[in-house]
Design a binder for this molecule. Structure first.
Ligand SMILES: [Zn+2]
Length: 86
């Protein structure tokens, strides 16, 4: 529990954290996607309001292929692949 001492205010409970509806993990308030599984986090108040276009799942014209052979077809997959292959 020394993390909170080194990063005061970064890991806070309640309103400062956004729980993932998929894995229930808490993410920073400014996070748009879950750090664990990449699931888009609900944008504040409600999810059934004015919906924005979800660019993360828009398919690329051509898949982005990593040297390992892993193919990414959208920004969400690309982000996760970058996380796995730093
Ligand atoms: Zn999650």
């Amino acid at each position: 529990m020394r993390v909170r001492d080194r990063y005061p205010g970064y890991i806070a409970e309640g309103t400062m954290s956004r729980p993932c509806h998929q894995c229930q993990r808490l993410n920073p308030a400014e996070a748009a996607f879950c750090f664990y599984d990449g699931v888009p986090l609900a944008n504040g108040s409600s999810t059934n309001g004015a919906a924005s276009i979800d660019f993360s799942t828009w398919a690329f014209p051509r898949p982005f292929v990593f040297p390992s052979g892993e193919k990414c077809h959208n920004f969400l997959q690309l982000a996760l692949a970058c996380y796995r292959h730093p």
